[in-house]
Ligand binder design. Structure first.
Ligand SMILES: C[S@@+](CC[C@H](N)C(=O)[O-])C[C@H]1O[C@@H](n2cnc3c(N)ncnc32)[C@H](O)[C@@H]1O
Length: 307
């Protein structure tokens, strides 16, 4: 079952106009896109996803709701280029709901889950060449340790990386459960009894396979470029590194540069082009947290073009 995170909060934050042009950068299972289309009756929605399974599902779902939309199979890194190809240079709102969807995690074949046995894959875009198998079997010990530590905040990153390299020296590590077993034996037994010991490592490898952190800032900058005056960009993140990127970028785009801060009159060219829609980050309601524990770490930030 797919549960759209902060559905109402995100949709309301976009301040949708019935005749506006909108972009859902992460279509997924079309929870947010469906709601956007219900409200944007005379406008248009462009929806991006890099996962063909998500697109196939959502194509059918959205066809029952409306016809004023186009689904684009692409990484959202190319949001600007793809919209340009469609003759669109400015839009009224863009939503990013980052990360993976529950159906992706739950589908054993995709190799995202440490609970289900499958070939190590974790690619959102099945056309991509590099999968979790390549990361686990081909990266150096130092790179593995760095990734696990940075993207997974895994305290036992070094020991896990060492054991991965040791295990693969006799035969490649092929499956999710083989990897989960190596992780489990790389930390004190006490730790393995708390949360699932493989959780952080799997998250880190998934982020690496899909370049989730590397492409975020550039993608968001392109999205900001696309916003028309009064247009809004709403971003839902699930990871502290992602949220930091969004927070810092939004802060930079909404502030006056240090250089001119003290001046009695700020010259026009230094005035920010954007404002924050909410001063504080939005998190899920208690009700949502009770209904969907996966929304636990989610955060919503929204920015608006004012000039
Ligand atoms: C959390 S889900 C979105 C769920 C969606 N908002 C809904 O209500 O059903 C994230 C989706 O974005 C897609 N995705 C993640 N990163 C992407 C990227 N860089 N480019 C395109 N799609 C991406 C994933 O394949 C996944 O389907």
């Amino acid at each position: 079952m797919h549960y759209s995170v902060m559905l109402e909060e995100a949709i309301n934050s976009l301040n949708l106009r019935e005749d506006g042009t909108y972009v859902d950068a992460t279509l997924g299972y079309a929870g947010h896109s469906g709601e956007i289309l219900k409200r944007v009756k005379r406008g248009f929605l462009f929806a991006f996803d890099q996962d063909i399974n998500a697109i196939n599902y959502s194509m059918e779902k959205l066809s029952k709701i409306a016809s004023n939309y186009k689904i684009i199979k692409s990484n959202f890194l190319f949001i600007k280029e793809k919209l340009e190809e469609n003759g669109v240079l400015k839009v009224d709102g863009i939503l990013f709901d980052l990360g993976v969807s529950s159906p992706q995690l739950d589908d054993a074949k995709r190799g995202f889950s440490y609970l289900k046995d499958a070939h190590l894959d974790m690619r959102m875009d099945l056309d991509n060449k590099v999968s979790a198998y390549n990361v686990v079997n081909e990266y150096t010990e130092a790179d593995l340790a760095r990734i696990l530590f940075t993207y997974g905040e895994e305290k036992y990153a070094k020991s896990i990386a060492r054991n991965i390299v040791k295990a693969r020296s006799s035969k490649p590590i092929e499956t999710t459960l083989e990897l989960a077993d190596i992780i489990k034996h790389s930390m004190p037994v006490k730790k393995t009894l708390e949360k699932n010991p493989a959780r952080k490592t799997f998250q880190a490898i998934r982020i690496e396979v899909n370049h989730e952190i590397e492409i975020l800032e550039e993608s968001l900058k392109k999205a900001l470029d696309l916003l028309d005056i009064n247009g809004r960009l709403a971003v839902i993140t699930f990871h502290s590194l992602e949220d930091r990127i969004v927070k810092n970028l939004f802060r930079e785009m909404t502030s006056v540069p240090e250089l001119v801060k003290g001046l009695p009159e700020i010259p026009d060219e230094y005035k920010p082009n954007f404002k924050l829609v909410y001063q504080k980050v939005i998190t899920p309601s208690t009700k949502e947290l009770e209904e969907n524990s996966r929304s636990r770490s989610s955060k919503l930030r929204v920015i608006e073009r004012i000039r």
